[in-house]
Design a protein around this ligand. Structure first.
Ligand SMILES: [Zn+2]
Length: 475
């Protein structure tokens, strides 16, 4: 029998603040174990939290980017549970009064747009990390991550397939990148996803029993875990078995989910408002100031590229899909106002170098201005199209300017007119019969003569100059 999967996601995104949410320790990824923590974020008794304003601002930016209502009044709560990566035995989170509620994120799957509703986005602190040393049979704790600000983005159960779930995570990641509040590096755990999934029959009016899959940290495993769970639950329902409400873990190597704990020992977190952290009260002016800081979002950029710049939808999408590429594109167009030519050079030549791993967008060894001047040199025949590609490769390798590289390697087309004159005269003399044909009205042989001249004048003169000189001589 075929069932309808009903899926809701909870995405945890680490915010890119410089310091942690309740202390001034560095919130940067990595670092030697336990080198980026203080008594506060190591949960020592008697320490007092001081709320990081930037974390609140970033959470609001994320909310605005995802069409949420922002609560001007919000409260931090203690979520009580014990786990060794959180020595104070509670996590500061938000329950009743989160910062953002009721948003939506549009996704596109199979050419159709669908709005995935958000229930809320709340702000909380991250826990530390356990490192399991199987060899010595011990577990060690690293508290560097403890206290890094996190937002939790909670959807309504509007997602019905693995494709939709992946499209949603991709879109959220894009919006977070544009707002600049999260690195979205899933491989560093900056974006992690929990999946709630149940199945129902088309005629059912109520959702089935749901299962939660915890801590998925790549798009691929989100897709695989959902596919696996749909098969597992379908098989059970077909056999007349009951689905148990439980939390499961996805094993990437085996491609299977496995039970972690069931409802019987589900947590009762005994939330209560944190007495040490003041309530957050925002004014309309605060919110307007934050809204004014938002950059142009991807959907607006896409529109601009297609409607104002005349790019194809495919090219526009490639550029918009990574903020770094889109920013670099805009900066290049500012320096050389030929949007289509710049788009072609980026999507074909530059991204080829990026995909080959020769260079990365966050570490380009040249400026948008230099890149613009390379494209302009190629468009105005100062260098040949083919040499322009070589120059780009050398720019990547050496960081030198395109002008210097062109000069050093003899790529500059100097338009030596006397040389053109001499060579074209020779070509005409060698092909006297063809010239005769031309003069008798067989103008189609022009192409042949042009080809002969170009062969000998390549790199010396631009095609335009060769053509003009040849035409003048044939008259
Ligand atoms: Zn600290």
């Amino acid at each position: 029998m075929s069932y309808i999967p009903v899926i809701g996601l909870e995405i945890h995104a680490e915010l890119l603040t410089q310091s942690k949410i309740f202390c001034s320790c560095s919130a940067e990824f990595g670092g030697e174990q336990n080198s980026r923590c203080c008594p506060g974020c190591s949960s020592m008794p008697g320490t007092l939290p001081v709320l990081n304003k930037t974390a609140v601002k970033y959470a609001i930016k994320a909310g605005l980017a995802m069409n949420c209502e922002i609560n001007k009044f919000s409260v931090f709560d203690r979520k009580n549970y014990f786990y060794p990566d959180l020595p104070k035995a509670y996590q500061v989170s938000q329950l009743e009064f989160p910062l953002c509620i009721n948003g939506y994120v549009p996704i596109h799957v199979d050419g159709k747009e669908k709005k995935i509703r958000l229930n809320r986005i709340h702000l909380e602190e991250d826990a530390g990390k356990l490192i399991h040393d199987d060899f010595n049979a011990v577990s060690l704790v690293d508290l560097n991550r403890g206290g890094i600000p996190l937002i939790e983005i909670v959807t309504e159960p509007d997602i019905n397939s693995a494709e939709e779930a992946k499209a949603f995570v991709e879109q959220v990641s894009l919006l977070l990148q544009y707002t600049g509040v999260c690195s979205c590096k899933m491989e560093q755990g900056a974006l992690r996803c929990d999946v709630n999934i149940s199945l129902m029959k088309p005629e059912d009016t109520e959702f089935g029993t749901r299962v939660e899959i915890k801590n998925l940290n790549s798009l691929k495993s989100i897709g695989r875990a959902i596919e696996y769970e749909i098969k597992r639950q379908s098989r059970m329902l077909d056999n007349g078995e009951r689905i148990i409400q439980e939390t499961r873990r996805f094993n990437d190597n085996r491609g299977e989910t496995k039970s972690m704990r069931n409802k019987e020992d589900a947590h009762d977190y005994r939330y209560f408002p944190d007495p040490d952290i003041p309530q957050v009260n925002l004014t309309d002016e605060d919110l307007e100031a934050i809204r004014a800081e938002l950059p142009e979002m991807p959907d607006k950029r896409l529109e601009r590229y297609i409607n104002e710049y005349g790019l194809s939808e495919t090219d526009a999408q490639i550029i918009v899909n990574q903020k770094l590429i889109s920013d670099f594109y805009d900066e290049t167009v500012k320096n050389y106002n030929n949007p289509i030519s710049v788009s072609n050079f980026i999507t074909v030549e530059l991204l080829r170098r990026v995909n080959l791993g020769e260079v990365s967008m966050d570490n380009l060894p040249f400026s948008a201005k230099e890149f613009a001047s390379l494209i302009e040199m190629a468009d105005t025949d100062k260098v040949s199209k083919n040499d322009a590609k070589k120059i780009l490769r050398l720019m990547v390798e050496t960081g030198k300017s395109p002008e210097d590289i062109a000069k050093e390697n003899g790529f500059l087309i100097v338009n030596d007119i006397s040389k053109a004159d001499e060579i074209i005269s020779t070509v005409l003399a060698e092909n006297a019969a063809v010239v005769e044909q031309y003069k008798n009205g067989e103008t189609k042989v022009f192409g042949f003569l042009m080809g002969q001249c170009t062969k000998k004048l390549k790199g010396v003169c631009t095609p335009q100059v060769i053509k003009e000189t040849l035409e003048a001589k044939l008259k």
